[in-house]
Design a protein around this ligand. Structure first.
Ligand SMILES: Cc1cc2nc3c(=O)[nH]c(=O)nc-3n(C[C@H](O)[C@H](O)[C@H](O)COP(=O)(O)OP(=O)(O)OC[C@H]3O[C@@H](n4cnc5c(N)ncnc54)[C@H](O)[C@@H]3O)c2cc1C
Length: 419
């Protein structure tokens, strides 16, 4: 049986791995010349299962107001009149209640744990190298308000089986001595969270699969069309019709446009994030593990000789452009935590990047056999992983492979569906 995976980001390649393990003839199509060239290219690298919390919260109205009015907020609504955003936003707000938050958090935290276990098993089974380390992640609080919010979050996730320790300033410095020069209140330490380079993971897994007969076709533009006569769909690669027993759609944020070509409406909005990779100058001043500044929401992660810094959530449609202003927060926030650790002197060695998180209104991924009433079970969707697709790639690939095989998924998918 032939299964074609559309898209070679984290999600498509992880899905291809599980399909290959199930013994299918697997082919992966991708428009770029390599895997992980878009959203999976330069994310923060945090395998932060303990942060798998839904974006719609009971205080979402305040966040939205700030996103509309404060140009320095990390979340910003740049295109407030976008009809697609209105539709997405309406559904988002329908989840912004105590009871929905609790339900979504339970589902998302449980799924993230399952996914991290799958990621670790995949790394062990394949020997793929991506600098994965399960050393815990440190969430640093500069203000008392952030520390109290972190304490509440630690309590919430503890009730879902995550160990998160609240650390005083002295305890945080004992764990991460490079924080000694920073002015901060305390931190939370998520013991089982991990880190790794998602681009290295994806590309090494491609090589592993290629060596075992999985076909990757790069430089291929994928499109779809719905027949008005029989309502059947056709998938094209560089305008040529594709034939397979099943297709898995893992086109990240572009899954929305692909679905639209079939007259399907996927509840996805692209949320732009900004990523900076800077050489490390002084290791004694740099953090030894990844984390997030809770006040600025700047994530940082040491990856080899560089530090990855990411932040920002801009609702700006499909636009992936950026300006210097988009990276001020990265610089200021990191320098205030770890002054003098990075080499900012040579622009040519600093990499700037912006990409789109494929966000659903509930912030749960879409992993389902086609939702369309005309669907014949040959189309499986695996997209919408938003801010946490690195953490969730392998569990999602496993569930998608279960759907392809028409067996009961190892993780109960009904937990992820709308109530
Ligand atoms: C700034 C930032 C920081 C993040 N940090 C973290 C983190 O620390 N931890 C974490 O768990 N997650 C993080 N994420 C989220 C994570 O990176 C994403 O959820 C994940 O990369 C999504 O993977 P994907 O495979 O769905 O999408 P993509 O990586 O975009 O893959 C989709 C692929 O489909 C291809 N494609 C699309 N359309 C077509 C077409 N028409 N024809 C052919 N090919 C096509 C694209 O080229 C692409 O390669 C972060 C995201 C951002 C933006």
């Amino acid at each position: 049986m032939k299964v074609t995976v559309l898209g070679a980001g984290l999600i498509g390649v992880a899905t291809a791995y599980y399909l290959w393990r199930d013994g299918y003839d697997v082919e992966v199509l991708e428009r770029n010349d390599d895997a992980a060239c878009e959203t999976s290219y330069a994310n923060a690298g945090l395998v932060s299962a303990s942060r798998a919390l839904p974006w719609p919260t009971p205080s979402a109205h305040r966040t939205i107001w700030r996103a509309l009015t404060d140009i320095n907020a990390s979340m910003r609504i740049i295109k407030p009149l976008d009809p697609r955003l209105w539709k997405w936003g309406g559904e988002f707000l329908s989840y912004a209640t105590e009871s929905e938050f609790e339900r979504l958090a339970r589902a998302k935290l449980a799924f993230a744990k399952f996914c991290q276990d799958q990621l670790q098993a995949t790394l062990a089974q394949t020997g793929v190298e991506c600098g994965y380390r399960q050393n815990g992640l440190l969430y640093v609080c500069k203000s008392i308000a952030a520390f109290e919010a972190a304490r509440a979050r630690a309590k919430l996730v503890a009730s879902h089986g995550y160990e998160v320790r609240m650390l005083s300033r002295a305890e945080a410095i004992a764990l991460e001595p490079s924080l000694r020069n920073s002015d901060f209140v305390g931190a939370s330490f998520a013991v089982s969270d991990a880190q790794g380079d998602s681009r290295a993971f994806t590309r090494a897994l491609v090589r592993y699969l290629q060596a075992r007969g999985v076909k990757f076709r790069f430089g291929v533009q994928i499109d779809a069309a719905l027949s008005v006569v029989d309502r059947g769909y056709t998938i094209y690669a560089n305008s040529e019709e594709q034939h397979a027993d099943k297709f898995v759609v893992a086109l990240g944020p572009r899954s929305y446009h692909f679905a639209k070509q079939m007259s399907l409406k996927l509840p996805l909005y692209p949320v732009k994030g900004f990523s900076l990779t800077v050489p490390i100058k002084d290791r004694s001043r740099a953090p030894t593990r990844g984390g997030i500044c809770e006040d600025t929401l700047v994530a940082y992660c040491p990856l080899g000789d560089t530090m990855r810094l990411t932040t920002g959530a801009h609702f700006a449609g499909d636009d992936t452009t950026f300006t210097d202003h988009d990276f001020i927060a990265h610089h200021e926030s990191f320098e205030s935590l770890f002054p003098g650790a990075l080499d900012w002197s040579d622009e040519s060695k600093i990499e700037r990047w912006a990409c789109l998180r494929p966000m659903t209104p509930s912030s749960l991924p879409i992993i389902t056999t086609t939702v369309d009433r005309f669907g014949d079970g040959t189309l499986i969707w695996n997209c919408g992983h938003g801010h946490i697709g690195w953490t969730m790639c392998c569990g999602s690939g496993k569930v998608a492979a279960d759907l392809v095989a028409e067996r009961s998924p190892e993780f109960a998918l009904n937990q992820l569906q709308k109530a």
